[in-house]
Design a protein around this ligand. Sequence first.
Ligand code: P6P
Length: 341
Amino acid sequence: PPNRTPQTDPFTLSAWVLSQQHLTAPNAKGRLTVLLNAITVGCKFVASAVRKAGLAGNDVLGMAGSSNVQGEDQKKLDLVANEVFKNVLARTGQCAVLVTEEEEEPIFIRPEQRGEYCVVFDPLDGSSNIDCGVSIGTIFGIYKVAPGSEGSLADVLRPGRDMVAAGYCMYGSMTYLMLSTGRGVSGFTLDPSLGEFVATHRDLVMPPRGSIYSINEGNAAMWDAATSAYVAEKKRPPGGGKPYSLRYVGSMVADVHRTLLYGGVFLYPADAKNTKGKLRLLYEGYPMAYLIEQAGGRAIDERCERLLLREPEDIHDRAPVYLGSCEDVDDIERHYKEQGL
Ligand code: P6P
């Protein structure tokens, strides 16, 4: 219709997912659509819980008095988010295996509720920032089980290149959901008055180069020579160019969201303390690498290989992550190659 405007044609995430289904798999049965819609329900629920956290009567701030597989203290909101996503995902009848940062073992869905997808997720990443109101988020990636598989460890212990969809929801000043099903990246903003995610970023493309670098400078004493040389060049560009700005939130979803929209580069390298870096490969590295590549950027590891091709050793494996605008990541690769990798 000629008069399509946001006021007369709110393009919701559900409508977008359906349009993608018709584009990518015309004869699809709509099962991935059901799964993605369930994930958005989980995100809306967590967004509501995050926004109420700390208010009178909502005792979800603070420590849960337990720790997760990484030995990290679990926040009550971490555990609430984890239970919400496990329930909404299992109830779709579309999942065979779930992997969550909050649980040591994969969750194998019982036969009567089993489907053909596997979801790996970090239900509430950056949770150390919850109590001070800094943006946090949910990160997820989706694999399809191998033909004939009823859901096994092998279905989730595979490179991120095999994912059929990936995304994150950032609970920040607004609630943003960025998503790709392999045909570019689209972004949606939660309209609380509608209770719907409406399209706000269509076919997002990253600038080829940015002017921001994002890394925890507190680890500088433990960086390898290539990382140190690269960061030094951002601060004092050869030939007297304009230095880059440093922006680091310490919440991956916030740092990657800014990088996706503004360009530039986000790094969490290996260092003397974290010999494989800190970020988890399956449900932090892969989904973010998937989105960044779909938006025209690059995501590599310390060998300058595509992060999406890296084989995970276990479901909680970690990997160094260098991602962002393609020319900025090219510069990182040059420094690693010069240092004789
Ligand atoms: P550091 C949050 O705990 C997280 O897993 C990511 O969200 C974030 O990018 C990283 O750790 C921050 O780590 O060592 O800089 O505090």
